[in-house]
Design a protein around this ligand. Structure first.
Ligand code: ACO
Length: 147
């Protein structure tokens, strides 16, 4: 948890109190993952949740990626792709999630490349001024059902 939080603080302006990290790890332990270096230090993570009230809202059960990041010197090695695929597989197999969703800054070319080009996500909608500084978010999603 500490390693995930420290990595998040280095990589992203969206940061969370320890209670938030713990809540996710304790509630949906199968769908968050870390990448470690050879000394066991955390160099990347994906933090995810399941939208469990979605059936009441008329939406199918689905996963949501809250945050993913990889330390700068470990990027472009395929770690984020691997973390995402592990989480997506667990969302589908453990929770029968029908799709996975996430938000990403409109200007975040690296992350959009990962989601759209490598993993096949599509833009579901644009959420205006979603972020604290006023930037728009792309709300993206990927079906987890077999084609
Ligand atoms: N520019 C363009 N495309 C990129 C880039 C980049 N800088 N980085 C990754 N990609 C795309 C490419 O398609 C790449 O495939 P390729 O290397 O075969 O061309 C593919 O993503 C997979 O790349 P990975 O090596 O798996 O990605 P990496 O481990 O470097 O992590 C990440 C990508 C997480 C976006 C990293 O750059 C990072 O930590 N950025 C800062 C934090 C961040 O923006 N996180 C996402 C916020 S949104 C959210 O959390 C839901």
């Amino acid at each position: 948890m500490m390693g995930m939080q420290a990595t998040n603080l280095q990589n992203l302006p969206e940061n969370y109190v320890m209670k938030f990290w713990m809540y996710h790890a304790m509630t949906w332990p199968q769908i968050s993952f870390v990448a470690e270096d050879h000394k066991g230090r955390i160099v990347g993570y994906v933090l995810a949740k399941i939208e469990e009230d979605s059936e009441e809202k008329g939406e199918p059960v689905h996963g949501h990626v809250n945050s993913i990041s990889v330390l700068r010197s470990y990027r472009r090695l395929g770690l984020a792709k691997k973390l995402m695929l592990l989480s997506q597989e667990a969302m589908a197999s453990v929770y029968k999630a029908e799709h996975v969703s996430l938000h990403v800054r409109k200007s975040n070319k690296a992350a959009i490349g990962l989601y759209r080009d490598t993993l096949g996500f599509e833009v579901a909608k644009v959420e205006k001024k979603y972020y604290g500084d006023g930037e728009d978010a792309l709300s993206m999603r990927l079906s987890l059902k077999d084609p």
